[in-house]
Design a protein around this ligand. Structure first.
Ligand SMILES: [Mg+2]
Length: 181
């Protein structure tokens, strides 16, 4: 049987850019801000006064982001079953391209550069599955969409949801998974 293909987003899915921004905010201003404080708000309002956007535009932001918990182990296992493509709308932040490439090489060396897709609009992607935290990317996807939980998407109910990579692994590899039956 032909291996199925799986597109996986970077920011908010395998790269915890939100935790990264909260940490920078704390280090710079001494104020503890949490994802709970931003729950239900749009992504750009993660931090007060537009600081999330400001941090994202700073050189080095993407290169130093922490890996989402369990992502390395999960992708290693998923690669046994799927052709994995890391798909990032990185053109929104052109300076992030080399940073994201270096970040992938450091943390996910088992994913070939051939499987990295840095693009502007994800509607061109035609894999069998897509995992993303933004419904705007999932809404125009022709395959099976899966939403990765984030503080800004809790009200979205139209896709199967995974709250973490442990759940992602089960949903995509357990033979009893509703997506695989
Ligand atoms: Mg994302």
């Amino acid at each position: 049987m032909k291996r199925k293909s799986l597109a996986i987003d970077m920011d908010g899915v395998i790269a915890d850019v939100e935790a990264h921004a909260l940490q920078i905010y704390y280090e710079r201003f001494g104020k503890l801000w949490t994802k709970e404080d931003a729950s239900g708000k749009p992504e750009k309002d993660l931090l007060p006064d537009g600081y999330f956007r400001k941090f994202v535009l700073e050189p080095g932001f993407f290169r130093s982001a922490p890996v989402m918990d369990g992502a390395v182990e999960a992708l290693q296992k998923l690669q046994e079953h799927y052709d994995i493509y890391i798909v990032s709308a990185a053109m929104e932040f052109p300076l992030s391209l080399p940073e994201k490439y270096d970040w992938m090489t450091e943390h996910f060396p088992f994913i070939s550069w051939r499987n990295l897709v840095f693009c502007g609009d994800k509607s061109i992607i035609s894999t069998d599955f897509m995992i993303d935290d933004h419904p705007k990317n999932l809404d125009h996807f022709s395959g099976q969409s899966i939403i990765f939980s984030s503080f800004h998407n809790f009200d979205i109910n139209r896709y199967p949801r995974i709250n973490n990579w442990e759940e992602g692994l089960i949903l995509l590899t357990n033979p009893l998974s509703p997506l695989l039956i």
